[in-house]
Design a protein around this ligand. Structure first.
Ligand code: MBD
Ligand code: FE
Length: 283
C-alpha cells in the first residue's frame, strides 16, 4: 500500500490541536477566570448569536447545519485553525493597544518550540531538494532608545514553496524552515532561507468548506512568522509579508499591517535581500 504524501485537513488539524494543548506559547489556556468575567463575556457572546439569528431569521435547517459543521470542526481538530484565522486578530488588536515597539500580529496554529539554535549568520534547515527563491533576511534588534540588543533571539518559522509547514504536513522533515537565531554583538542578524509561498486553508476540512460555501478567499499572503525576544524585554509575536505579494490586501486571517511588509531587493546572485529592524520594549 502506498500512502500518498498529501496534506489532509484532519492530519494537520490533529497536529495543531496537539501542539495547542502542549506548548507553553499558548499559555493562558488554563487561566483562572472569575465567575463575573465568564458571565460577562459568555453572556455577550450568546447575546450576539441570538441577535444574528433574529436579524437574519435563521431557520431550523440552518441551525442544524451549523450544529453539524461545529461538530465537524472539532472532529477534524480544526478549532486552532478556525479560531486563529477568524478570531485571533481581534484579540491581538486589543492586546496591541498597550504595546510599544515593533508591531505584533497573530501567532497562528503552526508554531513549534525547541528548534535548532543558530548563530548569525544563519541558514535555516532545509531539504537538499528545497525549491524556492533564495532569501536573505537581515536587520537589527534594538530597544526603544535604539540601543542594540546583543543575544536577542529570532524564533522564525515559515511555509515552503508549496505553502506547507514542517510538523503539520506529511513528508517534510521535522524542523524544516524553522530555527532560533541569535543576534551578534551589534544586535544584527542574517538569516538565509527561501521565500515562502502564500498559504491556503485546507480545502478538504470544515473550515475550507465554510469558506467555499460563503464564496470567500481561502488564502493568506506569503509570510515569515517570528517571535523576537531578549532578556528583560517583551517578546514580540509577529509576521512579515512581501510587498506586491498575492493576497496581501485580502488576507483571510486579517493579520496584515502596513508596518509589517518587507521590500526585498534583488541581488546579482539571484538571492533577494529583505531588511527589517525590530524594536523591543522592556518587559
Ligand atoms: C497560517 O499559516 C497562519 O499563519 C495562520 C495565522 C492561520 C493559518 C495558517
Ligand atoms: Fe502561517
Amino acid at each position: 500500500l502506498v500512502t500518498p504524501l498529501t496534506a489532509t485537513a484532519a492530519a494537520s488539524g490533529a497536529q495543531a490541536s496537539a501542539s495547542f494543548r502542549t506548548n507553553e506559547v499558548y499559555s493562558g489556556a488554563t487561566a483562572d477566570v472569575s465567575t463575573e468575567r465568564v458571565h460577562t463575556v459568555a453572556r455577550a457572546v450568546l447575546k450576539a448569536v441570538h441577535a444574528v439569528i433574529e436579524e437574519h431569521e435563521v431557520s431550523y435547517p440552518e441551525f442544524q447545519a451549523a450544529k453539524k459543521w461545529l461538530m465537524d470542526v472539532g472532529e477534524f481538530g480544526e478549532w486552532p485553525l478556525f479560531l486563529d484565522v477568524f478570531v485571533e486578530h481581534a484579540v491581538e488588536e486589543v492586546a496591541s493597544k498597550a504595546q510599544h515597539g515593533t508591531k505584533g500580529t497573530i501567532l497562528g496554529p503552526y508554531y513549534l518550540p525547541g528548534q535548532a539554535q543558530l548563530a548569525s549568520p544563519a541558514t535555516l534547515p532545509s531539504r537538499a531538494e528545497e525549491v524556492g527563491t533564495p532569501l536573505l533576511f537581515t536587520g537589527r534588534v534594538t530597544d526603544l532608545d535604539g540601543n542594540p540588543l546583543a543575544g536577542a533571539t529570532l524564533d522564525i518559522w515559515h511555509a515552503d514553496s508549496d505553502g506547507l509547514y514542517s510538523g503539520f504536513a506529511p513528508g517534510i522533515p521535522d524542523g524544516n524552515l524553522r530555527g532560533v537565531v541569535s543576534t551578534d554583538a551589534d544586535g544584527r542578524f542574517e538569516i538565509h532561507t527561501i521565500e515562502p509561498a502564500p498559504y491556503q486553508i485546507p480545502t478538504d476540512g470544515p473550515t475550507g468548506a465554510l469558506i467555499r460555501a460563503a464564496g470567500w478567499s481561502a488564502w493568506r499572503p506569503a509570510h515569515l512568522h517570528l517571535l523576537v525576544g531578549a532578556p528583560g524585554h517583551r517578546t514580540v509575536t509577529t509576521q512579515l509579508y512581501f510587498a506586491g505579494g498575492e493576497h496581501l490586501e485580502n488576507d483571510v486571517a486579517e493579520a496584515t499591517k502596513p508596518e509589517l511588509v518587507l521590500n526585498p531587493v534583488q541581488t546579482p546572485s539571484g538571492e533577494r535581500v529583505a531588511e527589517y529592524d525590530f524594536v523591543l520594549e522592556r518587559a
